[in-house]
Design a protein around this ligand. Structure first.
Ligand SMILES: [Zn+2]
Ligand SMILES: [Zn+2]
Ligand SMILES: [Zn+2]
Length: 251
């Protein structure tokens, strides 16, 4: 099975406009260092995780149908591209009830309702839900937003874990860690060099999470321009992987 990381970057993307740091300067010169805003696609069930503000660019390249949309939280870098989904008349959206309220409001304001058969499926935290595939939505600490969560998606015998944006408190969430155990793929937040309590994971804590989950493959994503360069990150997190835009991961 394949999982595609569409966007590997943080809210400002790389290059961030007007920033001349090493990462942003390199990304302007060489496009392989660009990082668009975070998003993932699972071809097997035609599922998109987080409609990034770069969704139009992602869809141009992906050129595939989307049927299921999972939203981790209502920060603009994770759902600002939701109106781009208007090319799909029928989709199913999943997330916490508060997150889905924002999505529904965006549909109303930017897309319309009468011709679009979009269905909303609020997911209770810390419970498995069955839609043909199985999904578990877990709560994470990600201030100042009220509700944010990650997903564990089970498709037949494959388990995919996506933390979304999370603070290092996830390392103490025994119940969620137990559910994540031995996943086929872990995609985890590694925004900055150092963790910010209740907001984002840094390098050391991202590695600690990977060591606890023991997934067959681990990819660190949602990377800020303030983090190390791609090559240096690769060195620091070995044997784990560092996401790139449009990276295909076989699981
Ligand atoms: Zn984010
Ligand atoms: Zn920069
Ligand atoms: Zn966020």
């Amino acid at each position: 099975m394949e999982v595609i990381i569409l966007g590997s970057g943080v809210y400002s993307g790389i290059p961030k406009p007007l920033c001349n740091c090493e990462n942003c300067s390199r990304a302007r010169k060489f496009h392989l260092y660009r990082r668009t805003r975070f998003s993932i696609y699972i071809p097997k069930i035609r599922a998109l995780i987080d409609p990034s503000p770069d969704l139009h660019y992602h869809l141009e390249h992906l050129n595939e149908k989307i049927e299921h949309v999972f939203i981790t939280h209502a920060h603009f870098d994770h759902m600002g591209g939701l109106p781009e989904l208007q090319i799909f008349k029928q989709i199913k959206l999943y997330g916490h009830v508060i997150t889905l309220e924002v999505a529904r409001d965006m549909q109303k304001r930017f897309v319309g309702e009468s011709k679009w058969d979009w269905e909303y499926f609020p997911l209770e935290f810390n419970k498995w839900h069955d839609f043909g595939f199985k999904v578990y939505h877990f709560k994470v600490a990600h201030q100042p937003i009220e509700v944010a969560g990650g997903f564990i998606i089970r498709i037949r015998n494959k388990k995919i874990v996506i933390t979304g944006d999370t603070g290092p408190e996830i390392l103490d969430d025994k119940k969620t860690l137990k559910e994540m155990k031995s996943a086929n793929l872990l995609v985890a937040d590694m925004t900055h060099r150092h963790s910010i309590p209740n907001v984002h994971l840094g390098i050391d804590d991202a590695i600690k999470l990977a060591q606890k989950v023991r997934a067959k493959k681990t990819v660190f994503a949602h990377i800020s321009h303030t983090n190390y360069t791609h090559e240096e990150l690769e060195e620091r997190v070995k044997p784990y992987l560092v996401a790139r835009d449009f990276m295909h991961v076989n699981i």
